[in-house]
Design a protein around this ligand. Structure first.
Ligand SMILES: C[S@@+](CC[C@H](N)C(=O)[O-])C[C@H]1O[C@@H](n2cnc3c(N)ncnc32)[C@H](O)[C@@H]1O
Length: 272
């Protein structure tokens, strides 16, 4: 972000309050962040030295899951909520490597993410970036429909990666989103955990986030599993080797789960 170099901010952006999209961008080695974000990120790394690797593993998992959904399941449409600042191997790039006709709609409630997303993705006809909040599923549904890239009657890859630990009461909202997608759709989630052996450090992490634009709400593995509702959970070993899942467990958990029922795939979106 050029403002980070000159100490200026694009209109309306609070550069003094750490923000999850920019903290994460810094963790991944990106440049779209300000001093307050970098300070918070460095404090987080001191508490959880594995945070940087955790962010990279999260992206690795995202790539593997999207590739699996496109190549093995045949999914051709993706909705990525809490998409974050564009980085390498974004969802549409991974999907296009398998299926050039795949369509992706990115959703985020951070205006800076939306501006960067649009600037980077504007030239691609199969990709859109919309401003939306996971706590307003109906609004997301309406805006995604307006892009005419997603046919809700066909299976969707619905991603909420490293998002829901920024939401106080996510269960009803996620349930609404699960209801909106067709059978054969897949829900992909990652989420910060609160494991017993690191609960003290996790409290310190929450304290760091108490100065940020949103609070941090880590959850137990059981609480994270509830986010999948009655979807059928796939084996995590399809996406990451088990030693990595185990090593990252004090930091985060996640999964890929399929909505039960027969999937009705057709060649092109009805709305296109
Ligand atoms: C840590 S980043 C994760 C980025 C990407 N999903 C990934 O895993 O690589 C979290 C993103 O969630 C977004 N976010 C936070 N709360 C949100 C909300 N209520 N609705 C939509 N997006 C939100 C933030 O703006 C940020 O871009």
């Amino acid at each position: 972000m050029s403002g980070s170099v000159r100490g200026e901010a694009p209109g309306g952006v609070d550069i003094h309050t750490p923000n999850p999209a920019r903290i994460y961008d810094y963790m991944l080695g990106g440049k779209d962040n300000f001093a307050a974000d970098r300070d918070a990120a460095e404090q987080i790394v001191r508490v959880f030295p594995e945070s940087r690797e955790g962010a990279r593993r999260n992206r690795e998992f995202l790539g593997n899951a999207v590739r699996y959904l496109a190549a093995e399941v045949g999914i051709r449409q993706f909705v990525d909520i809490g998409a974050g600042l564009p980085t390498q191997k974004n969802v549409h790039q991974v999907a296009h490597a398998v299926a050039p006709d795949a369509r992706t709609v990115y959703v985020d409630n951070d205006p800076v993410v939306c501006v960067h997303g649009r600037a980077l993705l504007a030239s691609t006809a199969t990709v859109a970036m919309i401003d939306g909040d996971v706590r307003k599923p109906e609004d997301i549904h309406a805006k995604v429909s307006q892009t005419r890239l997603i046919d809700w009657d066909q299976p969707v890859g619905l991603l909420m990666m490293a998002l829901l630990h920024f939401v106080d009461e996510p269960y009803e909202h996620v349930a609404r989103l699960r209801d909106m997608v067709a059978p054969g759709s897949h829900l992909v989630i990652t989420h910060l955990t609160m494991t017993e052996d690191r609960s003290h450090d996790t409290e310190r992490l929450r304290h760091i986030y108490s100065t940020a634009s949103v609070p941090l709400v880590p959850r137990s593995r059981e609480e994270i599993t509830q986010l999948f509702g009655d979807f059928e959970q796939l084996d995590m070993n399809l996406f990451l080797p088990s030693y990595l899942v185990k090593r990252m467990a004090p930091l985060g958990a996640g999964g890929v789960a399929r909505k039960p029922g027969p999937a009705a795939f057709s060649a092109a979106p009805k709305s296109a």
